[in-house]
Design a protein around this ligand. Structure first.
Ligand code: ATP
Length: 333
């Protein structure tokens, strides 16, 4: 190893806990004798050579903050041979020995293209969707689910006072993890997931039963990828409005919609996300130190593991059958 410099970037959607991961890369990198640089705005910034230095002061006040101090961006240019060349050139000019990429599967595809050009790369899964294969959890998921549960707790006060049905739309265009976990955790009466057919007649039967049993209010959790127009988020054509209209007509009930939207992305990371971020980042730096490349760190059954990124990208993350079964047993699926 000639150079002692490593760099870290955040890419794709921001997720709470990314800052804790950046901090841990810095601290662990320093401890292992590396100079640690940041790259602003993901691969877009890499193409521009937007390297920034860290100091203990800049790392002092970030562990508890959501978002990413390095900023995140998406870059179409990076996907082109010319963009990749520029990024490669900037890494060479800055004499970077290894690059740590925090993001989702798209970001790992980007990392893989750099690794194919001989850059030592390691990926850290950071996305609230929890849709990355080969790891049980991604950084940000726990915080996002807690945010949903807190929001539903507040909605329940109004739902109860006015004896209403609330349809709550949560993020998840292709992945129902957030809807499934939050639906179970907040005791939803029905959970609709993109992975399963949406049987709205069954949902109405359940809600009728609840009304017969003198339940005064109900919560239905809908992932944004369920039916609806995928381009029509936050509008009357979105999944939640379609579900609410159907239920409202069938049950002749005043049904309200709440779309949580980007609220779910922000907020102070939970303890679970801070610990996960710190563990994964520390292992990522170790891998670079060991000269290992093209790997993603993750957690499986409570243990930190590392897997070839090529392997991760071959798979599709599916929902855990045990939680679907649990949702069924609880009468919500
Ligand atoms: P999220 O799950 O939050 O959307 P993500 O990492 O999957 O995160 P993407 O927008 O898919 O987000 O990817 C982030 C960036 O990674 C892209 O803007 C692009 O620069 C790079 N990238 C994505 N796919 C590829 C690819 N096939 N080849 C090279 N780079 C890619």
């Amino acid at each position: 190893m000639n150079s002692r410099k490593i760099a870290v970037l955040t890419s794709g959607g921001d997720a709470p806990g990314m800052n804790a991961a950046i901090r841990a890369v810095y601290q662990c990198g320093q401890a292992m004798g590396f100079e640690v640089l940041g790259v602003e705005r993901g691969f877009h910034g890499l193409i521009k050579g937007s390297f920034v230095s860290f100091s203990p002061q800049t790392m002092d006040d970030i562990v508890h903050r959501g978002g990413t101090v390095l900023k995140s961006a998406r870059s179409e240019e990076f996907k082109t041979p010319d963009g990749l060349n520029k990024a490669w050139q900037k890494l060479k000019e800055a004499d970077i020995y290894g690059l740590i990429v925090i993001g989702g599967d798209g970001s790992f595809r980007g990392a893989q293209t750099l690794e194919e050009r001989g850059i030592l790369t390691v990926g850290i899964p950071g996305t609230i969707d929890n849709d990355i294969p080969c790891t049980d959890f991604s950084i940000g998921f726990d915080t996002a689910v807690n945010t949903i549960v807190n929001a539903v707790n507040q909605l329940r006060d109004t739902a109860l006072s006015h004896e209403r049905i609330y349809v709550v739309e949560v993020m998840g265009r292709h992945s129902g993890w957030m809807a499934l976990y939050s639906g179970i955790a907040c005791g939803a009466d029905a959970i609709l997931l993109p992975e399963l057919p949406a049987d709205l007649s069954l949902v109405c039967d359940r809600l009728r039963q609840s009304i017969l049993m003198k339940k005064t209010h109900s919560i239905v959790i809908v992932a944004e990828g369920v039916g609806g127009d995928p381009q029509a988020r936050n509008t009357e054509q979105s999944s939640a409005f379609q579900v609410a209209n159907f239920i409202g007509k069938e049950l002749n009930n005043e049904t309200r919609v709440t779309i949580l939207g980007h609220l779910q992305r922000g907020g102070n990371p939970t303890v679970a996300d801070r610990i996960l971020a710190s563990q994964l980042a520390s292992r990522a730096v170790e891998l670079i130190y060991e000269g290992q490349s093209g790997r993603m760190v993750g957690v499986q059954k409570g243990q930190v593991v590392d897997i070839p990124i090529s392997e991760v990208l071959k798979h599709k993350r599916t929902l855990d059958e045990r939680f679907i079964r649990l949702g069924e047993l609880l009468g919500a699926i």
